[in-house]
Ligand binder design. Structure first.
Ligand code: AMP
Length: 226
């Protein structure tokens, strides 16, 4: 099973994608997480990406496509993959089609997380991320039980630089200008399934399970096809 979770930043894709990956035993590939790791480790990729991510601009397609190619070549992608935050441009979507085709694979479904701009701003401004394991929380809707520390690993929670108000506006503009056109791209391929994502995390999880079941079979409780 190969799924793309598509939607504006702050739509809840990461929360749902990590849950689905765990539940279904799929590999979770989030280009944003990979870039943040590279930036923290000051690798050549991190040095190149930093100026883009801190201002909310997209990292160039060739850099991102090379990164995804490398990730797919690592072991562990065989059972399936959930892509979060990739692709973000038509060029990346076409490259993904080619990368999968080379492997004799194809996308199973693209889940579009539909939320209003107001909800996105509220979610991003309250988001907190674990410095150690990358788990995400929200100060109101999903607080960590351990306050400033991560529930899962005890790591320190922080606010991403690009979750500050001025950068949020830029990221939403970039999404509308460069990523929203992917909806038509995947609709034309018959892969797009809309998820009404302006609800609680549990409600959205149920909608995601139902969307996957409708696209690839299996039941709406997250169990895959027999
Ligand atoms: P995210 O964690 O998905 O919100 O990504 C954080 C930032 O990383 C974005 O604002 C971009 O600057 C960069 N980024 C992540 N994924 C991509 C991608 N597929 N294409 C271009 N830039 C990306």
């Amino acid at each position: 099973m190969r799924l793309v979770f598509l939607g504006p930043p702050g739509a809840g894709k990461g929360t749902q994608a990590t849950q689905q990956a765990e539940q279904r035993g799929l590999r979770y590939i989030a280009t944003g997480d990979e870039l943040r790791k590279a930036i923290a480790a000051e690798t050549p990729l991190g040095r190149e990406a930093k100026a883009y991510t801190t201002t909310g601009r997209l990292v160039p397609d060739d850099v991102i496509i090379a990164l995804v190619r490398e990730l797919l070549e690592q072991p562990g992608s065989g059972r399936g993959v959930v892509f979060d935050g990739f692709p973000r441009t038509i060029g990346q979507a076409e490259a993904l089609d080619r990368l999968l085709e080379e492997r004799g694979e194809a996308l199973s479904a693209v889940l579009y997380f539909d939320v209003s701009a107001e909800a996105v701003v509220q979610r991003l401004a309250g988001r907190r991320v674990c410095r150690q394991c990358g788990a995400t929380f929200h100060v109101d809707s999903l607080p960590s039980k351990r306050g400033p520390l991560c529930d899962r690993c005890g790591g320190e929670l922080y606010q991403r630089d690009d979750d500050r108000p001025d950068t949020i506006a830029n990221r939403l503009r970039v999404y509308n200008e460069q990523t929203a056109s992917l909806l038509d791209y995947y609709r034309a391929q018959g892969l797009l399934v809309r998820v009404a994502a302006e609800r609680t995390i549990d409600e959205v999880r149920a909608a995601v399970n139902a969307a996957i079941a409708s696209a690839v079979g299996g039941n709406a409780n997250g169990q895959g096809p027999a």
